[in-house]
Design a protein around this ligand. Structure first.
Ligand SMILES: *Cc1c(COP(=O)(O)O)cnc(C)c1O
Length: 458
């Protein structure tokens, strides 16, 4: 008999989570104005709001905290992180920042100006925010297949060569400070980019004389998918794949709260000394001196260790197989989600699970509320509330996809928890004929309304 697959770690420390009663949850979600962001974490049993900063650090990472050097300039911790980044990612220069969006702020302050164009694959929202804040434009060049949720494609994060070349050909290179390649592509559902596609981007970038910047939060998960799915990579190690990936980039921004498995942190990796010098000025202004940049020495130590652990095959296999396991349970129960399963989350098709809730009553948010009531599981709406109003007409925007995202934190929950999540969703889906009404908005902020919106049930 083949031995079943199991985790590549054992548990040394635990945190108690409490199952509540449905009656308690009814009260709490009402007090939270039916906005899952307003719940206290103690009111949640299984928290799938995000995988950002919510993973479990290892014993080695915790011991690294004790070895942190808190010197303002030239700390040992800085050099430890610098050497690790050079070794694993291949960047000669680096700047620490307090998280990923801070890295974007520093780098884009250096290279992006009004009217610029930054083509890429479905830019992440903070990335887009930092581009648009500078009155520049993020141009989505993702392949069309990415937007067909039921279509199986191994690399739905890929950039479309024709779309990209059109932008590069029709605009002067001075107006294109960088092509942004997001690995994995968070916005399209944690979908990977193939090595072949990265090579294509590099080739076009060289042809037209523009930079390539990798938005790298989940670069290791991307490398895992390349190993498993792309021809010629099955026998390569994750580190070898990561090295080749970053050989095609001029710079990278990183949210270390994802694949570096720390609770807070980020950085910029750079190959060009002059660009590093220019970015250093902004780092000092916004983040801190260039040898700590918004991070404590101990945090830089834990991050360096996290980069090592996050690029180990056994860890990545455990991580991604858990997400796939949840997907297989949902398949068994006939619950539709975006295919194939991405690296860090499952995106449940809310219109399919709750077909009777009109889109004006926000089916994905309604599903999020129902799942919370059912089992204390907290997901997050990726649908019309998040899509916000049209800035000109102020009408609600209804995106094609109404999704409830179930994001799996790293090394945090067991497959028993996955079973609970799947069973709870199944129970909700079985009540679909009774769930015919959704929610209405009582109050909303003028932008980014999803964080603070107040709702009532209809
Ligand atoms: C999370 C994330 C960011 C932003 O990083 P923060 O650490 O949350 O500031 C940027 N890009 C991608 C792809 C991300 O997933």
């Amino acid at each position: 008999m083949d031995l079943p697959f199991s985790e590549s770690y054992k548990i040394k420390m635990v945190e108690t989570i409490r199952k509540s009663t449905r009656k308690e949850r009814e009260q709490w979600i009402k007090e939270a104005k039916y906005n899952l962001f307003n719940l206290r974490s103690e009111q949640v049993f299984i928290d799938l709001l995000t995988d950002s900063g919510t993973g479990a650090m290892s014993d080695k990472q915790w011991s690294e905290l004790m070895l942190g050097d808190e010197s303002y300039a030239g700390a040992r911790s800085y050099y430890k992180l610098k050497d690790t980044i050079k070794e694993i990612l291949g960047f000669e220069y680096f700047l620490p920042t307090h998280q990923g969006r801070a890295a974007e702020n520093v780098l884009f302050s250096t290279i992006v100006k009004q009217g610029d164009l930054l083509p890429g694959n479905a830019h992440f929202d903070t990335t887009k925010g930092h581009i648009e804040f500078r009155k520049a434009h993020a141009i989505d060049c993702t392949i069309d297949e990415a937007y067909n949720t039921q279509m199986e494609h191994p690399f739905k994060g890929n950039l479309d060569e024709e779309k990209l070349e059109k932008v590069l050909k029709e605009n002067p290179s001075e107006r294109i400070p960088a092509i942004i390649v997001t690995v994995t592509c968070n916005t399209s559902g944690g979908q990977p980019v193939s090595m072949e596609n990265m090579r294509m981007v590099r080739r076009l970038a060289d042809k037209y004389g523009v930079r390539v910047v990798f938005d790298s939060a989940r670069f290791a998960e991307n490398a895992y998918f390349i190993k498993m799915r792309e021809e010629g990579y099955a026998d390569k190690s994750i580190r070898e794949i990561v090295s080749e990936m970053f050989s095609y980039a001029d710079a990278m921004t990183m949210s270390s709260k994802k694949d570096a498995i720390v609770n807070i942190g980020g950085f910029i990796g750079l190959k060009d000394k002059e660009l590093f010098r220019q970015a250093s000025t902004f780092n000092i202004m916004f983040e801190g001196f260039i040898t700590y940049g918004g991070m404590s020495g101990r945090d830089m130590n834990a991050l360096a260790q996290g980069l090592r652990e996050g690029t180990e095959f056994e860890y990545l296999q455990t991580r991604i197989r858990q997400v796939e396991y949840l997907g297989s349970k949902l398949d068994e129960y006939g619950i539709k989600f975006q295919r194939p399963v991405g690296g860090h989350a499952i995106f449940v098709d809310a219109k399919q699970v709750l077909p009777n809730v009109p889109r004006e009553e926000f089916p994905a948010q309604t599903l999020g509320i129902e799942l919370y009531l059912e089992a204390g599981v907290r997901g997050v709406e990726i649908g019309a509330i998040l899509a916000d109003r049209d800035p000109e007409t102020r009408e609600n925007r209804y995106p094609e996809l109404e999704m409830l995202r179930l994001t799996i934190p790293r090394r945090t929950y067991t497959n028993n928890h996955m079973d609970v999540i799947a069973a709870a969703l199944r129970n909700v889906a079985e009540r679909k004929d009774e769930i015919t009404r959704g929610v209405k908005i009582l109050w909303e902020a003028p932008i980014m309304r999803h964080f603070t919106v107040e709702l009532d049930r209809l």
